[in-house]
Ligand binder design. Structure first.
Ligand SMILES: [Zn+2]
Length: 155
């Protein structure tokens, strides 16, 4: 029997129970877990190529070092109340709360990145949503200020 790559994703023993998926036009690609996970589980160990420069799907490991070409973690969605975090010392993806199979995995981009490849408006829906996402070490740029002012005027 032939199994096509597009058939229903299956968790294969020995492989990480994750899958890339298309979320929507705004968010693009994301990552889902195929199994239920408990809080505090290391659900994926990642590898990639380490470069000095930031790229669209890279993640910062330490100052001036970014990992790119990763299988999954470069495609994790942002949330201001994420269900996962990255352990950049152990190169592991760790859950911060219980997650159900098929849930989209999220991290807070500002937890790893000093500056982002691109700042963006956030619609994650968390009560503490910051509405405009920057790296942890950079100011909101001009377009972001205009966007936030527009939001404030509308309220
Ligand atoms: Zn948010």
């Amino acid at each position: 029997m032939l199994l096509s790559a597009s058939s229903q994703p299956q968790s294969v023993k020995g492989n990480d129970p994750l899958t890339l998926c298309y979320i929507d036009e705004k968010k693009g690609l994301g990552v889902r877990t195929l199994v239920d996970c408990k809080a505090g589980e290391a659900i994926h160990r990642f590898t990639g190529e380490i470069k000095a420069d930031i790229e669209q799907h890279s993640l910062q490991i330490w100052q001036d070092s970014h990992i790119c070409g990763t299988e999954y973690i470069g495609y994790l969605s942002h949330s201001c109340a994420p269900n996962c975090r990255l352990d950049m010392d152990g190169f592991r993806l760790i859950t911060v709360r219980d997650i159900c199979a098929n849930d989209v995995l999220t991290i807070d981009y500002a937890m790893t990145e000093d500056r982002l490849y691109r700042q963006f408006a956030c619609h994650c829906g968390a009560p503490q949503c910051r509405r405009w996402i920057t790296g942890r070490n950079e100011p909101v740029h001009e377009a972001g200020k205009v966007y936030l002012e527009t939001l404030d005027c509308g309220q």
